[in-house]
Ligand binder design. Sequence first.
Ligand code: TA6
Length: 290
Amino acid sequence: MAGSGSERAAVELCKGINGLDKVYLYGGHVTSWRNDQREELLFVSTKEIFKPPKAIRGGIPICFPQFGSNGSLEQHGFARNKFWSIDTDPPPFPTTSKSFIDLILKPSEEDMQKWPHSYEFRLRVALGNGGDLMLTSRVRNTNGDGKPFTFAFAYHTYFSVSDISEVRVEGLETLDYLDNLENKERFTEQGDALTFESEVDKVYLGAPTKIAILDHEKKRTFVLRKDGLPDAVVWNPWDKKAKTMTDFGDDEYMHMLCVEAAAAEKPITLKPGRGVERKTGTVSGSFKLL
Ligand code: TA6
């Protein structure tokens, strides 16, 4: 990852336990997940310009409290552009995993100017015994004024694939989707697995808890499992858009696919004092329901 030493030093690497050493305080951002053969399963661009406040290009950006550009905040909200802190004394909550790290994001006074809500966002990143990577987000409304707030959310996961033209996605067929390339118009997916031969940017609505991403060449299947996130976003910029992205190699579109567990179409409303938990998880090359 590029970026001068000082910039990178500014972003303390979470001295992860066992394989969580690429979880950045910056953005609460997981940038690496390896299987037992030490193969990297997440994509991070080689052109990544490590320059806050720009988000890290790849890994699992946390999109909160906005998804996309529909709203008053920057694209995908601010959570991925902020420095989180580590909770050194995390509460127990049900993740059967050999190691985990809890990252916390709370708004500063300045942040409240931009998004006038008080919240505590707890992101637990856990490595399970089967090599699974499990992310659990707990958002609590700590507004003292009794006001609810509404937010959209996504785990904007970049999967590493051998060759996008040899990738299939199963589980989204026959669903309705909003096509970001067609002015968010609503369409219905045809009846078989998704394959890829051009730019795709779709928000599938009411997606199942289990979505399979098959990397034919590597004979590897990611099974993304999600809990409490109704939508699934599928994105690949393809060649033309890739060329417009300064932090993305011209041909890197061939080696990545974003499949994102999201609450994109219908944001989540949280009453004061209430919390909500949204999870996604991976089990040895797959995401499982927690
Ligand atoms: O998740 C799909 C998407 O919303 C696309 O529209 C594209 O903008 C992508 O996210 C990347 O967004 P970013 O702000 O990370 O460049």
